[in-house]
Ligand binder design. Structure first.
Ligand SMILES: Nc1ncnc2c1ncn2[C@@H]1O[C@H](COP(=O)(O)OP(=O)(O)OP(=O)(O)O)[C@@H](O)[C@H]1O
Ligand SMILES: [Mg+2]
Length: 312
């Protein structure tokens, strides 16, 4: 059976041909090293995570918002790579680009600025459906609801709508049975778009850069999550906190890691994402690290994260 062509007009093969970055030798030099102590990079003993069970039937989806109002902490990178790793485990995944910058779309090799339909149209026009707007990605079983700068207008236009905070949730409802996971890549703000993502989600995944100032602002984020839980979405929970851009060689990274575990305890994932140039490379390549450098430490880390997410 031939796979339907993605509506941006290229097969995934052609997308790969556009890659500018040279494909890396797939070496494993940045493997996650848990040392001999049995302690993970979080400084805690590693928890046993069961092998993800095979799924015979799909849906209804668990919706996770990747959210942090601080910019550049790894939200988009984690959305792409967690999504790709979940798809490798046989899950059907929809990635929702909910940032007018469209970085999630670009990271999957799609230039969103000339698309006729994006998430903006689905949110604002009653006769535009998610089904006719999603694009296939180079990862089997992973679709993308793309976005571009048009979405910034939605934030203003939604203000006068009835049920403005629930617009995204209403929009996703018709496709919830088609997927096992829907991952929403939020923009770095706590505005109306992010509140929509939190109102639509079952869980929030908070990427946190291992850097001194990263803890600032998390209290405000958690406060926002609690308000959304009280007022709009009683089932909302924090699925986990993901430490990103960790450099095991620096005392600074290890100290920040210790502070994060001290402050948030069990909800910090055992999986920690190391800082590596491989991630910026994958953006240029327009594909996830799981296919760009499948045996790299980064790919292994996102697979380990996917296992934890499935188990939670
Ligand atoms: N583990 C990592 N190691 C090194 N660089 C990384 C890592 N994760 C992400 N990056 C790079 O850091 C930059 C920011 O990452 P990303 O776009 O995922 O963050 P973001 O939180 O989505 O940013 P924004 O708030 O602007 O949407 C990108 O250039 C990305 O390639
Ligand atoms: Mg982003």
């Amino acid at each position: 059976m031939s796979t339907p062509q993605p509506s941006w007009g290229r097969s995934s093969g052609e997308v790969a041909d556009l890659n500018l970055a040279p494909r890396p030798a797939d070496h494993t030099d940045e493997d996650i090293d848990f040392g001999e102590s049995g302690l993970g990079p979080t400084g805690r003993p590693l928890r046993q995570v069961p092998e993800p069970p095979l799924v015979a039937e799909h849906g209804p989806a668990r919706i996770l918002a990747l959210c942090n109002q601080k910019g550049g902490v790894g939200k988009t990178t984690s959305t792409i790579n967690l999504g790709a790793a979940l798809a490798e485990f046989g899950r059907r995944v929809l990635l929702v680009d909910f940032d007018p910058q469209g970085a999630l779309s670009v990271g999957l090799g799609i230039q969103p600025h000339h698309l006729d339909r994006t998430i903006y149209n689905v949110l604002m026009e009653r006769d535009t459906t998610v089904e006719e707007t999603v694009l296939r990605t180079c990862v089997p079983d992973m679709d993308l609801l793309p976005s571009n700068i048009d979405l910034s207008a939605a934030e203003v236009q939604l203000i006068s709508e009835v049920g403005r905070e629930q617009t995204l949730g209403r929009t996703l409802r018709p496709v919830i049975d088609n997927y096992d996971y829907i991952l929403i890549d939020c923009q770095p703000s706590l505005g109306l778009l992010t509140v929509n993502a939190l109102a639509a989600a079952h869980g929030v995944l908070i990427p946190l850069e291992c850097e001194f100032f990263s803890l600032r602002g998390v209290a405000l984020l958690i406060d926002t999550i609690e308000k959304v839980r009280e007022r709009l979405n009683p089932d909302l929970e924090i699925t986990g906190i993901l430490a990103t851009m960790y450099d095991p060689r620096t005392l600074h990274s290890r100290e920040v890691m210790a502070r994060v575990v001290e402050a948030f305890g069990e909800i910090v994932f055992d999986t920690v994402i190391n800082r590596t140039v491989r991630f910026p490379e994958t953006t240029v390549a327009g594909e996830p690290i799981t296919s760009w450098a499948p045996r790299s430490g980064g790919a292994k880390a996102y697979r380990a994260l996917a296992r934890e997410v499935i188990a939670r």
